[in-house]
Design a binder for this molecule. Structure first.
Ligand code: DC
Length: 233
């Protein structure tokens, strides 16, 4: 990752408007964020992919995922780049590698360390470039972009989120077990929600949408309705 000067001033005004979409794994935020970015013609930041990329690189380098010092040092000099929907690690496309359940668990573990979150901060804020940025993750509205124009928090029951993941895996022809997926998801939820730093929670000024029984189209329509007229096309 290109070392960027890290801004600790959370109120630092972003150089472009930002819309944040946070929520737990499988709530549909990635799909909605990508659709919204395309609809607005804005940039997209999938912050989870950064943590997944770091988790993947750390596991490959044989690092202990509990060693915050070593992981923070790795995050500072990681050669990670987003090119369109691809994630490149030292020039190699790792987009598929980071989408496994193992990579997701590694991402959730490396994301607990202060050194890692600090290293990610400047990199993420730097993505707020004109004409605007749609940022998806766990702490986009609460920590990284506290001055965002609009903040969304999407949620859904653990069972529904696991079912969506199960269907995705089956559609790809991959092996999947629903009970294991629900278990993994609950563990990851607990780690993401209970960690001391930047825990997953809705910002106090977030628009909260429970997507459990909603279609993607219905969620997207609600998101569009909540946008200020200044950005609605
Ligand atoms: O959104 P995702 O499932 O790709 O994220 C993978 C993990 O990365 C998630 O379990 C927690 C971590 N993460 C984080 O701590 N903060 C973010 N802004 C995004 C992801």
């Amino acid at each position: 990752m290109a070392p960027e000067p890290i801004t600790t001033d959370q109120a630092a005004a972003p150089t472009a408007p930002v819309i944040t979409i946070d929520g737990p794994s499988g709530c549909g935020k990635g799909t909605i964020a990508a659709r919204l970015a395309e609809w607005l013609g804005w940039h997209l930041l999938d912050s989870g992919a950064l943590y997944r990329g770091l988790g993947y690189a750390a596991a490959n380098a044989g690092l202990d995922l509990d060693d915050g010092e070593a992981l923070g040092a790795l995050a500072q000099q990681l050669d990670l780049h987003c090119v369109g929907s691809q994630l490149l690690l030292a020039g190699t496309d790792i987009s598929a590698d980071i989408r496994t359940e193992v990579a997701a668990a590694a991402a959730s573990r490396v994301a607990c360390h202060a050194q890692v979150r600090q290293a990610m901060l400047g990199w993420q804020r730097n993505a707020a470039q004109p004409p605007g940025l749609v940022a998806d993750g766990r702490d986009m509205g609460t920590v990284v972009f506290t001055a965002a124009l609009v903040k969304f928090y999407l949620d859904a029951s653990a069972e529904e989120r696991a079912k969506r993941r199960y269907k995705q895996l089956k559609d790809k022809g991959a092996d999947a077990n629903l009970a294991t997926l629900i278990d993994d998801l609950r563990q990851r939820d607990a780690r993401d929600r209970q960690r001391a730093l930047s825990p997953l929670l809705p910002a106090s000024d977030a628009v909260v949408i429970d997507t459990t029984t909603m279609s993607v189209d219905a969620v997207f329509a609600e998101v569009i309705r909540a946008l200020p007229a200044s950005v609605r096309r």
